[in-house]
Design a protein around this ligand. Sequence first.
Ligand code: WQD
Length: 342
Amino acid sequence: MKKKILVTGGTGYIGSHTVVELINEAYETIIIDNLSNSSVDVLDNIEKITGKRPAFFQFDLTNKEELEKFFETNTGIEAIIHFAASKAVGESVEKPLLYYRNNLLSLINLIDCQLKYGVNSICFSSSCTVYGQPDTLPVTEETPRKDAESPYANTKRVNEDILCDSVNAHETLKGISLRYFNPIGAHSSALIGELPLGVPQNLVPFITQTAAGLREQIKVFGNDYNTPDGSAIRDYIHVVDLAKAHVVAIERLLTNKNKSRYEVFNLGTGKGYSVLEIVKGFEKATGVKLNYEIVGRRAGDIEKIWADTSYANRELGWKAETSLEETLLSAWNWEKKIRNII
Ligand code: WQD
């Protein structure tokens, strides 16, 4: 067995896919999750996919006492991948304190424990949302971050600073912030995937639920943007490609290949697609016709963003490889599986 990795939020969408890829690379994985936005059944499916069941501890990272008890009894952890966070943009506007308390205090408690128990390496789940609407595209890691458009986005930006400042203050620490673009799709087994609670806020789960007949139609939020077809552009990355990047980032830290003790990487495909291109791409990939209606813009949305992935490609030796068609098909296969649609 390779080294022991703590994955916080490991029963979540990106977390579970990353746990699968870590196990595939012979890492021992331990999950802490409060199950506020995921199900414990994910552990069974991770075991079905990999043949191994991660150790699992259910508690909230904002509970410092619980977290210290965990580190007292779970020794030998070599690194942490920190996914656990509240992540709904709209909800964060209504409940900012919930977001600041949960997202910031969780990381602060984790770093405190890293220092106390000697766990030197951490990968933090950040987001391209820290760039806001970039002035120039594609965005590189040097593109200036902009004022956040939501408390959720601000927690990502502030957490990057918390990690960077902590690394600068403590020479035993080393960290990587991974700025995700738009994660979509599901594992090829269709045993794990995105399981939004309630009405999906994100585009692709809303599309797959519409295709499954759970939603009447897709509302396309705006077609008056300054883009070729007027709808907003994003960089959609397959969640398995994203998960694999986390394994590479952890290995970078564990083998001291990091060029500085705090690094940032954009994790995207380098290609932007508009909402209407995603709708059409889904129809082409699946043969399922989608009802959609053009409505007004959604508050807080930016117009267009996609990544310059050259730094991550070069430094991590990692590249997103899954085509959009295959990615959208994987999302549909997952939806059909959970809705028992043949
Ligand atoms: C994508 C595009 C919408 C739904 C956010 C966060 C990011 C990450 C992913 C958490 C936009 C349009 C959407 C719909 C639509 N968060 N859309 N109809 O907003 O780019 O990113 O979620 O992990 O940090 O910022 O993703 O999927 O919500 O929207 O037209 O029903 O699809 O306007 O242009 P977004 P999204």
